[in-house]
Design a protein. Sequence first.
Length: 93
Amino acid sequence: MDLTYSNKFKDYIEVQNNLGYPQTIYKFPNGYGASVIKFNYVYIGIEIAVLKFDKNGNWNIDYSTPITNDVIGGLSEKTRDEVLQQIFDLKEK
């Protein structure tokens, strides 16, 4: 059975918040992660922010990766999975 990247990364989900929209925080072994928010009516699509975790597990949005210098919005599920893979593959700083 083929797993989507979303399922592949299910072991890396750290917390789930509800800020009015479903949000999932991923924390990967390389010290990076992602905030994924699925918007239902503001605009159609998924938004991803690249996160950098410190040694205490706190995180901030990282605007300095080769993936993006901002958040990425309007993504499909397929594109979301591709971006999650790119973040997972980032070299640890």
